[in-house]
Unconditional design. Sequence first.
Length: 187
Amino acid sequence: MAARILSAARASFATHGYAGTSLRSVARDADVDPALVSYYFKSKSGLLDAALVPPPGWSEAIATAAATPMQRRGVALVQTMIGAWETPASAEFMRSTILTAAHEPIALQRLATNFAVHILDAVSSRLEDDERLVRASLAATQIVGLAMMRYVWKVGAIATIPSNQAVALVAPTVQRYLNGKLAGLDE
């Protein structure tokens, strides 16, 4: 029951924003009594907080990919993110969080915090040099860009090619950012 409410809330926050979402509309969309929304989540802010919590295993999957031996780490990170986007619960969370963050400051703050803690820290902590934060951020630009084009906007060929092909095309750039020469920093 709570999962159904949360799914409806994520869709509403992503589409209508925090101000345009009501507990009643979430209850209606989830096909439950409005009292159940309050019972499970206490308030609209409690519902938003719950909607912005990553699904179980999400952080662990990223940490596992970040711990992959360096020569395969770019592939592992891209495969992990594509896998997450192709898993309904993770995809719902990520899409909703990205779209909600576009117009809700609290969601943007939560997204930035989750991103910093779960992705940038996991990736940068496994890198050895003093450029690790820059390298992790550059790798993230490719992974987030891939997610936006393929799963959020669904634009261009990258949105329709097979997943393994997307990994093969994007992972080398991520890998270069992780341990290749970064010309712009040497100048």
